[in-house]
Design a protein around this ligand. Sequence first.
Ligand code: FPP
Length: 259
Amino acid sequence: MFAFFNKNDPATDENVELDAQRIPAHVAIIMDGNGRWAKSRHLPRVAGHKEGMNTVKKITIAASDLGVKVLTLYAFSTENWKRPTDEVNYLMQLPVSFFDTFVPDLVKHNVRVQVMGYTDQLPAKTQKAVRDAVADTQACDGMVLNFALNYGSRAEMVTGIQAIAQQVQAGKLTVDQIDERTVDDALMTSALGQYHDPDLLIRTSGEERISNFLLWQIAYSELVFTDVKWPDFTATTLKACIADFQHRDRRFGGLSDHK
Ligand code: FPP
């Protein structure tokens, strides 16, 4: 019925058929390989990030067209500040260029922008671009395009734990009342409502690690790793990743129906 996922090069598979009833509601992507993509073309690393931004545009529309409800993209981690200043500056400029040119398309496709992360530590112009994009797409009620910007999962958990502890200290919550829901609500993904946990997590470029991304939220996510570098990732690659997801037997710790 559907073609099998080719981890090494799913982008060549043009005949992916998807079950429209089982599209993952929340897809999260670790967009990796921009630097290597550029290096293999004898280009500066930032050329990879520029092409990566164009991929973000294509994949946003493709995910929205497929019926994905939330697309979370890891655009800048709390650890990415360790990169050379020129590269960090370029990465901070990217959301400005992206939203400058792409907000009308987002509105046309009814896509709402959200951002999670320590955005108050971003340069003022990046903060403004993000704030404006959130405001300009506020009325859209289709897919949510959720950027993780200056995001780190451990930092997010520390902040969440501090908030819970403060509630206990203030007498608003007892220790016994703390449950998984309390933690869900204390994390940045609580802004995504019922879609706070990704169903599918994709990492591009052949690296198979999580890199401090949504550690609590991916407890039951399906993980798909593809060798395709982010600038080469296409709508077809996305469909192939979703086809792989649709092959999986999600049991959430229970037994599957046929056992
Ligand atoms: C990882 O590749 C990529 C990043 C750290 C940045 C991701 C950003 C984009 C794809 C553009 C984001 C667009 C917007 C609109 C914010 P890498 O540099 O680590 O690649 P490498 O592992 O090959 O060096």
